[in-house]
Design a protein around this ligand. Sequence first.
Ligand code: NAD
Length: 250
Amino acid sequence: MSRWALVTGAARGIGRAIADAFQRRGWQVIGWDRQPPAGPRPAWTFMAVDVADAAAVAASMDAVARHTPRLHALVNNAAVQLAKPLVATTPEEWDALMAVNLRGPFVVSRAAYPLLRAAGDAAVVHVASVHALATSANIAAYAASKGGLLALTRAMAIEWAPAGIRVNAVLPGAVDTAMLRAGLQRGHLQADAVEAQLAELARRTVLGRVGAPEDIAAAVLFLADPSQSAFMTGHGLVVDGGATIRLSTE
Ligand code: NAD
């Protein structure tokens, strides 16, 4: 019997790599995004959904239920980044970011619960960030949303264990995507050109490189697969090339 995965933010970047990786492993995949998939036509089912819109999420989950009565994996990956000082961040911008990054995973997970419970051995994987653990200037709303997502991971893991649902998070470091490249304008690196900024980021990791979306997809697949990670729940798995293990004061 096929295993089914729902991945949010699947149109590009890390979410696309996750959806493609599940599909290549033989899973049936449904990808949600508010924009159509970029690049080659995906070999999985796409649905246009804005995870900040709770009514749209509910209607779209009904559509998922018409494809499958069971979901074995839910990956909450969709997010937006806001790179500006806290005093320049308006309450409306804060709310709009939280509606996607923190309320989104809550709303989607809540709507998916009956399908996840029906699977018997389902897994939720939230894509958080190393900004949940350590951060820098001009990214406060994003960092707060990811810290909240890590707390939500633990709370959901406790509440949903009796339903046979494990809940974990992946905390990526710098991964080469459109979001990372846009965030480079934050001014925290010395170089001007994007490629030079990426090279500087790579030098700051222990492994000497920026991550690829596939690096994160591999960790998500591990946490989604009960034959690999059956005894893990409530965990935040850092996948950052060692970026957060080195003391910045040394
Ligand atoms: P990205 O911007 O390249 O892709 C994000 C995708 O999410 C896009 O396709 C976008 O359309 C979609 N999305 C955004 N808002 C949405 C909404 N309201 N409803 C539905 N879809 C929506 O970003 P990425 O770098 O691939 O990031 C993916 C995840 O990884 C995010 O949760 C991000 O916070 C996290 N992350 C990324 C990095 C990095 O360096 N790239 C580092 C740490 C964490």
